[in-house]
Write a protein that binds this ligand. Structure first.
Ligand code: PLP
Length: 395
């Protein structure tokens, strides 16, 4: 079965037909300031009741199954890390390991839906501005989907993350400026060439695609968990998790929303500050070891804020040292090697767990693989000469 869907503006509530020509509400996005999050983000809203059995999250997406590329995105394991349960005293701690997606991050969920959307509308080129995971993800999923991918990267984009995109055969355009400049130039390019923009938050399918992580958690458990920890940069994964559970709630699959903890690096917390003060203020230059959650102006800020308020989400900040310690602990006690942004999820849990009932079913969302950023990972361990043993020492 396929549900009928439309776009509804998350601010004014105006409805629109779904089309690749429309990305933001034309009314609400009119007065957008570049130093503030995007306005007029469009939600995908479904009409009619879901009938039949829910076995695959694709059933809850607005593109028919035949358009999705032949690459195994999603279906990542939800499992109980026994030693971490012992260490934390949380008997029902679970890891949802999205680093096991084809390109190594949760971004594949958005790329997967955007690729299907492009194929449905006969579009052959996709453009994206990215500092790392979104670009390499779109490149990999695009390769499987036989789409041309152009990735706009800022001047100082880490080499390691570009290698992946180039391996997948994407065209990489280096912009002489920061991520914001790459973002603006990519928008200009897609407007001129008619290629589809996968820019995060701007393309409504990025939020909708990421919701499948929540749907899978529900399919595996048969109910909604009590608590979910999500690392936050632009706030699209966060909105996707809320959207997934909210859709399940409105379609009658679950009876309650989980309590969602949004985890921020201490040096990149614009959404957190907006929660405290009531609105977004002038940007502060962000800085954290967790590059995937390092943003000055979170693109999905207003939408994320609205979800946090509507469902009583909590914000938690973690320091870089706490992220590095959490990364090492996850690796040592669970065998999960997460990149810093993903380890922030677990760091946020360690910081908040005294306020959570120990019996709560608690999901830690791991969003990206540790091999994507070896330089940061080296900082959390002793990597000096004497940390590595010689044969003489051990025999
Ligand atoms: C993109 C990303 C995030 C943050 O997602 P947002 O949608 O930008 O909030 C977290 N972890 C990893 C590994 C990512 O690639």
């Amino acid at each position: 079965m396929s549900l009928k869907a439309k776009y509804v503006c998350s601010e004014c509530g105006r409805g629109f037909d779904i089309s690749p020509k429309l990305m933001l509400c034309p009314d609400c996005s009119k007065d957008r300031r570049p130093d503030r999050p995007l306005r007029g983000i469009l939600d995908v809203v479904y009409e009619g009741a879901f009938d039949g059995e829910l076995v695959d999250p694709i059933q809850m997406l607005p593109v028919e199954p035949e358009f999705f590329p032949n690459i195994p995105v999603g279906g990542t394991p939800l499992w109980r890390p026994e030693r971490l349960c012992g260490r934390t005293g949380f008997e029902n701690l679970l890891i949802k390991d999205d680093s096991l997606n084809p390109t190594g991050s949760l971004k594949d969920r958005a790329s997967f839906l955007v690729a299907a959307f492009a194929r449905k509308f006969g579009i052959s080129e996709i453009t994206v501005a990215s500092t790392g995971n979104a670009g390499s993800s779109m490149a990999g999923v695009g390769a499987a989907a036989n789409l041309s991918i152009t990735v706009f990267v800022p001047k100082d984009a880490p080499t390691a993350k570009l290698v992946q995109a180039l391996q997948y055969g994407a065209r990489v355009v280096r912009v002489d400026g920061n991520y914001d400049m790459a973002y603006d130039l990519s928008m200009e390019y897609s407007a001129r060439t008619g290629s589809l923009s996968r820019n995060t938050a701007f393309n409504p399918m990025t939020i909708e695609g990421k919701k499948t992580a929540a749907i899978e958690i529900f399919i595996d458990l048969g109910h909604s968990p009590d608590v979910v920890f999500v690392p936050v940069g632009d706030g699209v994964i966060l909105a996707g998790i809320f959207k997934g559970f909210a859709d399940l709630l409105s379609m009658g699959f679950i009876e309650k929303m989980p309590l969602v903890f949004a985890v921020f690096a201490d040096g990149s917390d614009a959404i957190c500050r907006a929660m405290e003060s009531g609105d977004f203020a002038d940007p502060i230059r962000s800085s954290t070891i967790a590059d995937s959650i390092c943003v000055d102006v979170p693109r999905n800020g207003y939408r994320a804020l609205k979800y946090l308020r509507e469902f009583g989400g909590q914000c938690v900040r973690v320091l870089d040292d706490e992220i590095l310690a959490a990364q090492h602990e996850l690796a040592m006690l669970a065998g999960v090697f997460a990149e810093p942004a993903a380890a922030a999820s677990y760091a946020g849990f360690l910081k908040s767990k005294s306020n959570i009932d120990q019996s709560a079913e608690t999901v830690i969302l791991i969003t990206g693989n540790g091999l994507k950023d070896i330089d940061s990972a080296k900082r959390g361990i002793d990597f000096s000469e004497n940390a590595i043993s010689s044969i003489e020492e051990i025999l």
